[in-house]
Design a protein around this ligand. Structure first.
Ligand SMILES: Nc1ncnc2c1ncn2[C@@H]1O[C@H](COP(=O)(O)O)[C@@H](OP(=O)(O)O)[C@H]1O
Ligand SMILES: [Mg+2]
Ligand SMILES: [Mg+2]
Ligand SMILES: [Mg+2]
Length: 333
């Protein structure tokens, strides 16, 4: 059943505006970013002043418009409390880019820490990745500002802002800045950062995996590139994979630039984070694709901050997902 376009209309409008504001902040920070503005988190992954500032801006908008909604955000303000100079740099960014009344350092940290919800299977919450693909952001490559609304454990709205992603991948020197949006049963759409016109998007209609390309993470530590090469070989895929950071991969799958997204676990213990997959997985489903884990199970967004019931991700056009799963099962059993 197709949803009416009024479904989650207010949420969609606020989410798109917040993602665009945060995306533009990231674009402007990138030009002036210096190495002292990146810190390593406990798990040794990087976080920058832009990640904190973007989370503060988006959470502030969500709290203003939907004060009863919880937020599951990737970042927290602990590193900023420990480093006043870093906090002041983030504060300057927030106040220069919000287009709203200035906040104090404490208020900004409080906005960031609104993201501490535990998630779960009951009620409504947002999940935010202020910069997904921080490593791609630091390399000047792909990254995404990712926001999704989860209701009773199901993703109902997803928005991805992809500041460096060409609007048309076949024109890498053309306009950059792609935004993807979907609501459940409402279809998936793309627009550029510069125009509000939404274009409906579709995953590949190929019925043989060998007629498509697959995409995967740039980071071999996040997804096994050797296993993916073996899966592709078994499927008879000869075209080179597209290695791309962040949920931009879900975006290019949704508009048919790639036919398959493989995220094959490197470790037995890593739990994928809900903010790394919520928006993108809905956008792929609403553009006609199928998203499961490597065992063919749907992603379960109702069990907390991680996808602890799932391992890895296999996403593909509807007509080839089963074929891809057969190869994954055969090779990873
Ligand atoms: N060992 C691991 N396996 C899978 N994903 C991991 C990982 N370590 C970190 N990640 C996640 O991979 C995300 C980037 O996705 P990709 O590899 O597709 O570019 C990171 O998001 P952040 O950049 O928001 O921290 C991080 O959450
Ligand atoms: Mg991170
Ligand atoms: Mg992420
Ligand atoms: Mg992130």
């Amino acid at each position: 059943m197709l949803q009416s376009s009024a479904y989650l209309a207010a949420e969609k409008k606020v989410a798109i505006a917040a993602v665009l504001t945060a995306s533009r902040l990231c674009q402007s920070v990138f030009k002036t970013l210096v190495s002292s503005e990146t810190v390593l988190k406990g798990d040794k992954s990087p976080v920058t002043v832009a990640d904190f500032a973007a989370q503060s801006l988006v959470n502030r908008a969500l709290q203003r418009h939907f004060p009863n909604d919880a937020i599951v955000g990737e970042e927290d303000a602990a590193d900023l409390h420990a480093d006043p100079a870093l906090r002041d740099r983030v504060l300057a960014l927030v106040n220069a880019n919000s287009g709203e009344a200035a906040v104090t350092g404490q208020e900004m940290c409080n906005f960031i820490d609104l993201g501490s919800s535990a998630g779960g299977s009951v009620g409504r919450f947002w999940t935010l990745d202020p910069i997904d693909g921080t490593k791609g952001f630091l390399r000047g490559e792909q990254y995404a500002v990712c926001l999704a609304l989860i209701v009773d454990g199901k993703v109902e709205l997803g928005v991805l802002g992809c500041p460096n992603l060409p609007v048309d991948l076949s024109k890498p020197d053309g306009e950059r800045g792609s935004l993807f949006v979907a609501t459940r049963n409402g279809g998936a759409y793309q627009r550029s950062f510069s125009s509000e016109i939404l274009h409906k998007i579709h995953t590949t209609n190929a019925d043989k995996a060998s007629n498509t390309k697959f995409c995967e993470s740039v980071e071999a530590g996040h997804s096994s590139q050797s296993d993916a090469a073996n899966v592709a070989g078994l499927l008879g895929i000869t075209q080179q994979s597209i290695r791309m950071d962040s949920q931009c991969k879900y975006g290019i799958l949704s508009r048919g630039d790639a036919g398959i997204y493989l995220r094959l676990p490197v470790s037995d213990t890593y739990e994928e984070k809900i903010w790394d997959h919520a928006g993108g997985s809905l956008i792929v489903e609403e553009s006609g694709g199928v998203v499961t884990d490597i065992e063919g199970m749907p992603l379960d967004f109702g069990v907390g901050r991680t996808l602890k019931n799932n391992k890895g991700v296999v996403a593909a056009g509807k007509l080839i997902h089963t074929e891809v799963m057969e190869a994954v099962n055969y090779l990873l059993e």
